[in-house]
Ligand binder design. Sequence first.
Ligand code: ATP
Ligand code: MG
Length: 567
Amino acid sequence: MTTEQLANNDETKKSLNFIEAIVEKDLAEGKNSGRIQTRFPPEPNGYLHIGHAKAICMDFGIAQRYGGVCNLRFDDTNPTKEDVEYVDSIMEDIQWLGFRWKEVYYASDYFGQLWDFAIQLIEAGKAYIDEQTSEDIAVQKGTPTQAGVHSPYRDRPIAENLALFKKMNTGEIPEGAMVLRAKIDMANPNMHFRDPIIYRVINHPHHRTGTTWKAYPMYDFAHGQSDYFEGVTHSICTLEFVVHRPLYDWFVDELKNFRPEDGDYRPRQYEFNRLNLTYTMMSKRKLLQLVNEGFVSGWDDPRMPTLAGLRRRGYTPESIRNFVDKIGYTKFEALIDVALLEHAVREDLNLHAKRVSAVIDPVKLIITNYPEGQTEMMEAVNNPEDLSAGSHEIAFSRELYIEREDFMEDAPKKFFRMTPGQEVRLKNAYIVRCTGCKKDAAGKIEEIYAEYDPQTRSGMPESNRKVKGTLHWVSVEHSLPAEVRLYDRLFKVENPAEEKDVDFRDLLNPDSLIVVRNARVEKELAQAKKMEHFQFQRIGYFNLDTDSTDDHLIFNRTVSLKESKKF
Ligand code: ATP
Ligand code: MG
């Protein structure tokens, strides 16, 4: 992008995050010939979660904003944990978020080039085969304050290293029997320089390369080089990789020694703070455990922090992108209040969700002075935030359902809902005055009675009369039964990742899902499409679940209207 294009770019008028500032500086200095190339590098060993969304918005966002490209690269270097199911879900989720990659690459595409580079390192005396156990290697590494000890295999002749490395790939070497290590510096204060393992044996078929390979590169050896082979300029990742950066650069330097023709091109790694959310676990390993052990219904369980789960729950891509925008990128770890994410989806759905009536915990309200058998069609505005969304009709009749919690027989002064002697407005319909109720032997309210004032039909002058409370309702005869799934936070503690002494499964919130089977919804919802968003008035935002059928409507609560609401 030229400076002039930059100046005219509306996006640049927003304040820059620190990585964007780096990119602008690199562009101004003409680094890498003014090319901007990023990648999003997921390991296909699980579904993407909201933390990945933060990385995706950064990687794709930088490319978009500066006229560069962002590729999708699967970091598929550990075949025992990876699967095509994950590859497919990752591609679906990125697109759903609203981003498009230029190319799809796989680290496994580079296994040949990485192998050749490893051979070059061995031939240069910079890598050796170690036959010690991983425990011995770990002990010899030393501590940050104490130098490590040289492996007895460190000075093995080059020819022997070459022969053994080839053997590592034939299948005759059992897993763990030998590894290839870079020969760097066992006394380096950066532990990653203490002869890091760069290849190991895995005798498990790979989802793309089958049984071609038995020797697999480690993450640190594959990542930077894959960046290099693709021409990545800005390799953006999270802060835990800061300590890996010197090693990233070391490998790139070594690789460049063998490729003088590449000039001064080089990829550089930059790190931002990962997203941590309250009441949420983001480790893929733990999420997999929740799925495998049946604590949730699958990766797309609406309580999961996965993009598939959030989507099913009713989150919109816009709400997630807005949330990421709001929390921003820094160089300091932080714990973000999940209420911010909930706020973002509320804000977006407020603009777009159709308002409908649903009663979650119904109790009958009989309008005793309303003619039996009569029905009136009332007008209900679809969205007061967007009048172009029009309106629909809702049937009013003598027998209605209202929310059980909206009635109190002996109410305190400040209770502005249904209570004997008090007037209350029925949304889009009439003002009614409660006259009493009927209880069963146990004292449970069975029916509530009220009288309506015919002069107060919605729209008539008398309807403007001052009445403090407005209630939602549906007509008994004209409503449909529905199942409603009320979700709460999956974990009951604020920072489950911090609770090191407790099994994380014991931290699960036992009330994270409450299934209500006897809710009633207005007839309009017979036409609802799967995943369509609604506001159940006075309650919250809901969507029609993918399991829903014409005979059995199922709604998920995306988020309640206000943080404190019971429903
Ligand atoms: P694991 O849970 O197995 O450690 P991971 O979450 O690091 O894996 P990857 O597939 O390696 O998953 O991540 C792909 C990219 O997403 C990486 O660049 C990583 O830095 C980024 N990423 C992962 N988790 C977060 C997070 N919570 N916040 C921001 N970025 C993240
Ligand atoms: Mg990772």
